[in-house]
Structures are given as C-alpha cells and as structure tokens.
Design a protein around this ligand. Structure first.
Ligand code: FAD
Length: 324
C-alpha cells in the first residue's frame, strides 16, 4: 500500500497547474494573504517555442523563463509550489483534497484548476517534431517572425480565416485544401482575390534540412518550397482532474466544426461546482499569455472574495458555507 505524504495541513486555495494563469492567481491570492499550495507538472503549452510575444514588457522572453520568474514571484508571496502531476480531486468536509501521481496529498478550502490544453495537430510525418518552431498556429504569437516568408496552411475548419490572417504578414501563402474540411467556394474566391495559392494534393511528408522546414512533399511526388507551416490544432482541454468532481468538458464549435473542448465557467472562472474555479486555456482555448494571466488574477480575486464571505459568516456565528 502507498503511504500518503500530506504536504499541507489545509491551505486556503489549492491551484492545480502552474502556467501563467495558475501563477498569476497564486500572486493575487498571496498578496491577499491567502495561503496557496500549487501543484505543477512543469510543461506549459508554449514550451516548444523559443520566444513568447505580445506580453507587454516581456516581449521575446523564453516561455520557461517566464514561468521561472512567475514561480519566484508567487513564492515571494508565500505560495508553496510542489512539482508533480495531480491525478484526482475529491470533496472533503471543509473543501477539497488533491492526490498526485506520487501519492502525495494536498488539502484546501477552494480549488482552482489552470491545467491548460493539449494541441492535437494533424498526423503528417515530420510535422510534430517542428511544432512551436516552424509549425505554427497563432499569427499574433509567431507571425512577425516569419513575415515575408513562404507560409503553407494545412487546411482545417478555419483555413479560410487563417489564410487571410497570414496573408496580412506575407504575400507568399499557400493553402493545402485536401483535408476533410475544404474551404467553401466563397472562401476560395476570397483567397484567390488576394493571391493565395491553392494546392489540392495531399501532403505526405514535411521536408526538413539543417533543423529547419524547407517545404513539403505531396502525394504526386511534387515538392513545394516553404519556410513555415500553419495548422489548426484541436484544442483538447487538459481537465481530467475535474472529471473526478463531476465537471465535464463542452465542445468548442465554430462554423459548424468542433475545434476542441473547454470547461464552462462564469466570467471570473467559477464552474458549476461550488468552490471550484478554472482559468486560462483549460476554459478559454483562445487566451494568449497575457489573457490567461489576467484570467488567473480575476479568478484569484473571486476566490478571495468567496473566502472573505465565508470568514464573515463564521465570525458572526453562522456555519461555514462549505462546497456542496
Ligand atoms: C507553440 C505555442 C506558442 C505560443 N506562443 C505564444 C506567444 O508567443 N504569445 C502568447 O501570448 N501566447 C502564446 N501561446 C499561447 C500560450 O501558450 C497560452 O496562452 C498559455 O500557455 C496559457 O497559459 P495557461 O496557464 O492557461 O496554460 P499552460 O501554460 O499550458 O500551463 C498549464 C500548466 O498546468 C500544468 N498541468 C497540466 N495538467 C496538470 C496536472 N494534472 N497536475 C499538475 N499540473 C498540471 C502543466 O504542466 C502546465 O505547467 C503559444 C502556444 C503555443 C502552443
């Protein structure tokens, strides 16, 4: 039998996930003198990218350096950061208990889940190895860096939209339309009007030389020279831990296509289960770094407000309002 290590008697808040959302919440809560225990597996979504952009004053910073700095700030305000993977969460009389893969247990009055999402990209030989380097998805994250270069877009539900977004950054855009979700005739007209090339043959391989994409090989053997590829990943919410509390995912639908899953919550991150909050990509797949950080701060403030209400109830002699 595995003996359990209890890391903390009872924190005010357990945070599962220490990316920018979780760490920002930890700072907001710590500055409100709330005790925080944060469990983090240490693989933020943008880790494959060398640089992170569009976060004012930190433009170009390495994603892992952002996390290192964020951990320092959260610890400065008292957060107890535990490295590990949380596996399940259960209700207790006074809050929640989270058990990690190594059997250790943390306890807290409220639970905030900021575990992000997994990007599921098309299964094409050579594609996954380049993810986050020259296989891209977000023009705001990496577009400037590949401006004026040859960009290929692997068709997906949003390829009509993506093509026009990337065309803003370069005149050299090719859309590969062979996938299950072909662009509509109207989208094809709009693409051709902007000089966007259309290729119908299937891509069989991504070609790489000297640690950089040089193009793709098509099913008919033809090679197309490219500097970078754009995909439309399926955004799969990393929320297994919430399933153990009865919180399931919702499908994210756009243009009648399922683009992924997310956890539904109110504008400050409260879920359908009292005492459980979410923030960042686990609930908002389109959030960039600065938006996920802001969501973490909002959720942290909302949780602090909820705890204040409970503290006042107890002070006036009412029973604590425990999660139901
Ligand atoms: C390749 C790439 C490049 C990007 N570049 C940019 C950019 O330049 N600018 C920008 O604004 N946005 C960028 N983004 C988007 C950015 O990654 C997200 O906005 C941001 O990571 C969301 O933060 P988060 O805290 O919600 O999730 P994450 O950063 O993914 O953090 C989630 C954390 O939770 C942990 N975790 C997950 N499950 C568990 C568990 N069960 N137990 C414990 N810990 C767990 C993970 O290990 C991780 O540390 C990029 C995305 C990708 C894919």
């Amino acid at each position: 039998m595995t003996s359990k290590t209890v890391h903390h008697t009872q924190a005010d808040v357990i945070i599962v996930g220490g990316g920018v959302a979780g760490l920002s919440a930890a700072v907001a809560l710590g500055r409100s003198r709330r005790s925080v225990v944060l469990v983090d597996a240490g693989d933020p979504r943008n880790a494959p990218a060398a640089h992170s952009h569009n976060y004012l004053t930190r433009d170009g910073e390495s994603p892992l350096e952002l996390i290192r700095l964020g951990r320092d700030e959260a610890r400065h305000y008292g957060a107890n950061i535990i490295e590990g993977t949380a596996q399940s969460a259960t209700r207790t009389e006074s809050g929640f208990e989270v058990t990690s893969a190594d059997g250790s247990v943390v306890r807290g009055r409220r639970l905030l889940v900021t575990t992000g999402l997994t990007d599921v990209i098309p299964d094409i030989p050579g594609l996954a190895d380049r993810w986050g380097r020259d296989v891209l998805h977000c023009p705001y994250c990496h577009g400037w860096e590949v401006r004026d270069q040859a960009i290929g877009i692997i068709g997906g539900a949003m390829s009509g939209h993506q093509a026009q977004m990337w065309r803003q950054l370069t005149e050299n855009v090719t859309v590969f339309t062979y996938t299950a979700t072909e662009p509509s005739p109207d989208e094809l007209t709009r693409m051709r009007a902007r000089g966007i090339a259309i290729v119908e043959e299937e891509i069989t391989r991504v070609d790489v030389e000297n640690d950089a994409i040089v193009g793709v090989t098509l099913a008919n053997g033809r090679q197309v020279r490219l500097d970078a590829l754009v995909v439309g990943p399926n955004f799969t919410s990393r929320s297994d831990i919430l399933a153990s509390l009865g919180i399931g995912t919702t499908e994210m639908v756009m243009n009648d296509h399922v683009l992924g899953t997310y956890i539904e919550a109110d504008p400050v991150g409260a879920t359908s289960v009292p005492g459980v909050w979410v923030a960042g990509n686990v609930s908002a797949p389109m959030d960039t770094v600065v938006a996920a950080a802001a969501a973490g701060v909002k959720a942290g403030a909302a949780i602090n407000g909820d705890l204040i209400e409970e503290d006042v109830r107890v002070a006036v002699g009412l029973p604590a309002r425990l999660p139901k």
